[in-house]
Design a protein around this ligand. Structure first.
Ligand code: ADE
Length: 226
């Protein structure tokens, strides 16, 4: 998989992609993330990427041309499955979207800034719009990092223990059960007996009960979804 991220702040994204699982995915040749500085596509001698909004009002709008020039250059090199825009008014990104996108080959993510991008890009160029939650970030970069991480870790071979992504919270529509490690008794704080029993059928049954209980308590909305 390849993800191309178009941003006015590439330095904000360099960190998340140079450590941990995302770095491992890159080193293994499974996923690559390329950052494109939108200012390199800016207009005139000021490398302008934004302008005042028609109709007046505070806040700048990101212009069509620089973004489209960057996208067209990328599209001339390969075919893209989706052109994603990160914005608080997009569809709320969830595990289902991550699963779906992890099967794709090439994605572009445009990070919004200021008042956002010109609506015509959203109407004619963008194919998916995602929000990562009901709060406003100062730009779409952190949202792009969150979305990329959620997608890339699902690609087979990225995680060492391949089954571990399958047992994540949300993967079966439920929250994950509690987990424990040694010592079995820490000054009287005991691990549930069943986990020490060696009876794997019983352990699975207990984990499913715990998942259901936790989901009912913390996220009953997940149980209502069909
Ligand atoms: N840009 C600003 N806030 C955002 C959010 N909540 N999700 C995605 N992109 C954003």
């Amino acid at each position: 998989m390849r993800i191309d991220i178009i941003t006015v702040l590439p330095e904000l994204l360099a960190g998340p992609f140079s450590a941990s699982i995302l770095k491992r995915a890159k080193d293994k040749g499974i996923a690559e993330v390329h950052l494109h500085n939108l200012k390199h596509y800016g207009l005139n001698k000021h490398n302008q990427v934004d302008d005042y909004q028609f109709g007046g009002g505070a806040g700048m709008v990101m212009m069509i041309e620089p973004i489209l020039n960057c996208i067209n250059k990328l599209k001339s090199e390969r075919r893209y499955d989706e052109i994603i825009y990160t914005s608080p008014d997009g569809e709320t990104f969830d595990q289902g979207h991550a699963n779906h996108l992890s099967l794709k080959e090439n994605l572009i993510i445009i990070c919004g800034h200021y008042k956002g991008i010109d609506q015509r890009l959203r109407d004619y160029v963008v194919t998916k719009e995602y929000s990562i939650g009901d709060y406003v970030l100062s730009g779409g970069e952190l949202a792009a990092a969150v979305i990329s991480d959620a997608i890339i870790r699902l690609i087979p071979g990225v995680l060492n223990d391949e089954t571990s992504a399958l047992t994540d919270s949300f993967q079966d529509g439920l929250l994950a059960p509690p987990v424990y490690t040694r010592p079995a008794d820490f000054n009287g704080w005991k691990v549930p007996e069943v986990l020490l029993s060696g009876n794997f059928a019983k352990i699975e049954e207990w984990r499913m009960e715990q998942s259901l209980k936790r989901t009912a308590e913390r996220r009953p909305d997940l149980l209502d979804e069909e």
